[in-house]
Design a binder for this molecule. Structure first.
Ligand code: 4AD
Ligand code: MG
Length: 435
């Protein structure tokens, strides 16, 4: 009878049975007449053991085998509390699918490498258990986010990638040469488009890649990142703060519930994530300036917050904190003004704990036609390109609001990774578009 092929993550219930795994040789320790290989298959790692005396053919096939050679291995699963995953394999047979040539060994050794080297080898680096765990957590975060939005009655409406104009300021636009020398730009945000679909469908969201020609080389910036952007008609700032904290709670809960093993692989302190449940603390911009000043930061009213300020504020709380009602001057042209204090916008940001920075930005939109036209002019934006957007205020304008959640910032915080470049399969950054 042929042994069933199983995924390593499901190995332990097969204790006592002969099974086959298909994967790669991650590491090999040789000790005289015994070999101790470690295999990986993308779902986990499995330690094996084979002796020359009992299985000479399997022993010969594995002896001297090079790291990352692809293999199909059959053997008996045995409970072994000291092994990763709680079991190991007593190997009966090994089929080498491709042997990595000794003359050109796998470039990533099981030792510390510099990050520039690893980024050049990103197509291989993702094979290491830590990187694979991060990518599984990212996928789980996306699943949890989409499930939450769908359950809230929001309809997915995808926004375009090629756009005729800026959404988040002209300094970070990627210009592309569109057909017949027309100019187009890679989208900075799907917001303007979900404002249109919200007026068509009520409650909508878009989830896709967005682009910023960020000249900043920080641990929080990518030039290509993914954003989830809900938008709802007849909704206000407070509705979006509620939705944002519900969404972030659902993402964290989904990852903690379904990816505990991966969080453990990363050495993440799960108790910190278990505390993340709505409601989150909310403070006004005005109060945030006072918090900063109280902590000895030189911030003055009217200053925008950078990474240092965000980190200082986040340290005051063990949950994400919502800062709302920033001065209009520092926010985009589309923000609604606060009727109670007209210098302020009906905006909010959500700052992740532990110094991971802003994960959400959003608010209520300017729904008044005249004011919006004035703001477009003041921002030196090309009015022609916004005619379709102004139509949304000409035909049945209504209060509406939304936000954008940065996926990589959120996942970096959940994983506790130092830099967001590790939480996207192929990061695009200042000076890096390879591989
Ligand atoms: O605050 P931002 O710029 O807001 C917007 O784009 C709005 N139009 C969204 C909306 O209301 N629909 O970006 C939203 C989020 C930020 O909070 C941050 O998490 C993430 O997107 N983000 C970045 N992530 C990685 N690299 C960058 N360069 C980012 N810029 C923004
Ligand atoms: Mg922002």
């Amino acid at each position: 009878m042929k042994a069933p092929a199983i995924a390593i993550e499901h190995a332990s219930p097969h204790a006592g049975q002969v099974v086959t795994i298909r994967g790669w040789l991650y590491n090999l320790r040789e000790s005289g007449k015994l070999l101790f290989p470690i295999f990986r298959d993308g779902t986990g790692v499995l330690q094996g053991v084979v002796s020359l005396k009992e299985q000479p053919q399997a022993f010969e096939a594995l002896k001297g085998l090079t790291q990352e050679s692809s293999v199909i291995v059959t053997g008996k699963i045995q409970t072994e509390p000291r092994a990763p995953g709680g079991c190991e394999m007593h190997i009966h047979a090994v089929e080498v699918v491709q042997k990595v040539p000794e003359s050109s060994p796998y470039p990533i050794q099981l030792k510390e490498h510099g990050v520039d080297f690893l980024l050049d080898q990103r197509h291989l680096w993702i094979r290491t258990p830590r990187q694979a765990a991060i990518l599984r957590i990212r996928a789980e975060a996306i699943r949890a986010a989409r499930n939450f939005m769908d359950a809230q009655g929001y309809t997915l409406t995808d926004a375009p990638i090629f756009t005729p104009a800026a959404c988040e300021g002209t300094t970070t636009l990627f210009e592309v040469n569109y057909i017949d020398d027309q100019k187009a730009y890679l989208t900075q945000s799907g917001q303007l488009y979900v404002e249109a679909t919200a007026a068509a469908l009520g409650k909508v969201y878009t989830f896709g890649p967005t682009f910023r020609a960020e000249k900043s080389k920080t641990r929080r910036h990518l030039t290509e990142f993914w954003m989830l952007e809900p938008e709802a008609a007849f909704a206000h700032l407070a509705d979006m703060m509620d939705l944002g904290e519900g969404l972030v709670s659902a993402i964290v809960e989904g990852v903690v519930k379904n990816r505990a093993r991966e969080l453990q692989t990363l050495g993440r302190d799960i108790s910190k994530l278990e505390k993340i449940a709505a409601p989150f603390p909310r403070i006004t911009y005005d109060d945030a300036v006072k918090v900063l000043q109280g902590a000895g930061n030189p911030a003055k009213w009217g200053d925008d917050f950078g990474g240092d300020e965000e980190t200082l504020i986040s340290k005051e709380f063990d949950k994400p904190v919502i800062i709302h009602r920033y001065p209009s001057a520092m926010k985009a042209f589309y923000m609604a003004t606060d009727p109670e204090w007209p210098e302020l916008s009906l905006s909010f940001d959500m700052i992740a704990p532990e110094g991971f920075g802003e994960i959400i930005g959003g608010g209520e939109r300017q729904s008044d036609y005249e004011t919006l036209v004035r703001r477009i002019r003041e921002s030196n934006l090309p009015e022609e390109a916004f005619q379709w957007y102004l139509d949304l205020r000409r035909y049945g304008s209504a209060p509406h609001a939304g936000f954008g959640l940065g996926l990589e910032r959120t996942v970096a915080w959940i994983c506790g990774t130092e830099h967001i470049r590790e939480v996207i399969p192929f990061p695009r950054m200042l000076y890096r578009v390879y591989p």
